[in-house]
Ligand binder design. Sequence first.
Ligand SMILES: [Zn+2]
Length: 452
Amino acid sequence: MHSSFRPRLAPLVLAALCSAGIAQAQGSNAVAPTPVQVRPEVDQAYTQLMAAPAIAELLEAVKADHARSIEDLRLLTEIEAPPFKEQARAEAFLARMKALGLTDAKIDAEGNVVGLRRGTGNGPTLLISAHLDTVFPTGTDVKIKERDGKLYAPGISDDTRGLAVLLSWLKVLNDRQVRTTGDLLFVGNVGEEELGNLRGMKRLFAEHPEIDGMVGIEPAPQGAVLVLGTASHRYEVTFKGPGGHSYGAFGQVPSAIHGMGRAIAKIGDIRTPTFPKTTFTVGTVGGGTSVNTIAPDARMAVDIRSDEMGPLLETEKQILAAIDAGVAEENKRWGVDTLSVSTKLIGDRPGGRTPSDSVIVEAATRANTAFGQKTLLSGASTDANVPMSLGIPAIIIGGGGKTGGFHALSEWIDLTDAWKGAQNSLVTVLGLVGVEGVSAPLLANRPAGAKR
Ligand SMILES: [Zn+2]
């Protein structure tokens, strides 16, 4: 983690939500409006952008492209994209990207669609992304149904709307010949949803050390800015022993279940900080053969989460030590060494936070103000977890439209005036990379040494 990193947000202003997306801030997990101070250079950049005729025309073009962009949304939504099976949708997204002007765009080794729109030079590189994958398995009915002015389909808002917004931005920037100073790396990535473990973003940041910041598009109310990425590690733990008759073998063999019980008791006593919020639980247990058998096997699943990597890794260390200690005690109790344990990491999402006084958060806040929106800082587990864990400025914002029902078959989007959100988020992006003849880039180029 970046050495100068420190939390600047009171825990009360953040709600750590699940991986479904920050749009849940619309519901019972709503977070309070958060005052973010905006430094003069940020204010100036957005004042210049909003006053420039070229940008006014660009924003008009976003509005004018609204109906066409819904065709992209329809096309992509109706191509299934279960975790690890994003390829068909990736190819369709790549074809659209190429048709709209990024002729060098490619699918990388992990399955991400990556296209670079070059700036005029010497500016920062900003990753702008939406994820290709949905939570829905192969065979799910992804045909769009229209009802009460809403479009219903699994994955339509999380995150296919984000993909369509990226394509719309690409089209209008090219049509209006807007030249940014920094480079825009357009990405439709794989592996955001649970078992994907952020594999798409992990690959991108490993292969693109030139990235200076990230703005991800996810379903979220206009004004929401995600700044917190809760990290999680999950383990499957398996205890194995010889087993034996509960009467006949008594005294000669250790019990896998007793050993696991000793481990769980020690895990239950571990203390974690309340801020940054750090949690753990043994979520499931299983094992044993019958009531009159000394158990030859036992297994449990453990979930560990934190809003920062340090406390996560410390808690993980203590849990792994507790597991070994439980096994050692059980063996010692019977004077044997025949109980063993294996641990398997089944979930690995890094995390972190983007400070509320960083330029990227101030930029989003100022752009929201320009669109008459109050800024809400929020948290969730998203693609932004990866850059946050690397100390690279990252936020997730909405792309317009009212959305709901994420991860359910009844997922929907209401696209009434959705172009307003697409304008707002595009302006956020433009301030960060700068526009030739209008405003200087706000996002700093990371020092070469920081780029591995
Ligand atoms: Zn999502």
